[in-house]
Design a protein. Structure first.
Length: 259
């Protein structure tokens, strides 16, 4: 495994190139181009403010911010999973023609989505400061750790799903539905306290519950995330990465034949 990691690291320039190509090509041909990276979250924020502040009153103070600080990380995870499932298929010509560690493709796809989330966080911080929300320096310093845990979790799932999709093409479409259902089972649009006591064990088993809660603790409540929350999420992320990598290693042997 260590040798494989070294090999992937040797192809870091290829990963960087694929990430740059994805980021540049995302809004290729549009008039505003890369500015959409910042405009998208701002427009979403405007919609949530209008809907949840004026129409659907939730009872949570500044609900649009309560939702926004959780939604951006969720979009990163769901896009990595649903979109990343097809990353091997999208690069099948490359897979057939030259040798490189196939893990490069899911790694570059998830990294591209991660960079996009980081850029969206510029908007989050600007809005929080404008709204007068205090940002506790110690809590903010824990954000890189939370982001790293989410990245590892997303990469593990994406590795497994991208490899499986080569064999089961319908999985790419099924995941779009599953991630939508998963969102409703994650406290993105509501707080975990609103979940009935007898159902909380289901949400506790969901690794994204702990990650979203950690983001919200830091950005909305302005406090340090709970250590048990981070530990549980980190442990699940590492286990999922190892499991996803194992599945990928096992299935990649016949990629060329299946493609």
């Amino acid at each position: 495994m260590l040798q494989r990691i070294k090999e992937i690291y040797a192809y870091r320039e290829m990963i960087a190139s694929l990430v740059k190509r994805d980021l540049k090509g995302r809004y290729k041909g549009s008039a505003l181009g890369f500015l959409w990276t910042f405009l998208n979250p701002l427009l979403q924020l405007a919609v949530y403010t209008m809907v949840f502040s004026a129409i659907m009153r939730s009872g949570i103070e500044d609900y649009y911010l309560f939702l926004f600080v959780a939604l951006i990380p969720w979009i990163f995870f769901s896009t990595s999973l649903a979109g990343g499932a097809g990353c091997i298929l999208a690069q099948q010509d490359l897979v057939k023609k030259i040798y490189f560690p196939r893990e490069v493709l899911p790694v570059s796809y998830v990294t591209s989505q991660f960079v996009n989330m980081l850029l969206s966080f510029i908007v989050i911080f600007a809005v929080l400061l404008f709204a007068g929300y205090p940002l506790m320096p110690g809590a903010v310093l824990s954000l890189p750790l939370i982001m790293a845990v989410e990245y590892v979790l997303a990469l593990g799932f994406t590795m497994a799903m991208s490899a499986a999709t080569v064999y089961i093409r319908d999985l790419e479409y099924i995941l779009g539905i599953l991630t939508m259902a998963w969102q409703f089972l994650t406290p993105v649009m509501y707080s975990i306290e609103q979940v009935p006591e007898e159902m909380r064990w289901v949400f506790s088993a969901n690794p994204m519950t702990h990650i979203i809660t950690a983001y919200r603790d830091v950005l909305y409540y302005g406090k340090m995330p709970r250590l048990e929350t981070l530990f549980s999420a980190a442990l699940t992320g590492v286990v999922m990465l190892l499991a996803g990598w194992y599945v990928f290693q096992h299935l990649q042997r016949r990629f060329v034949e299946e493609l």
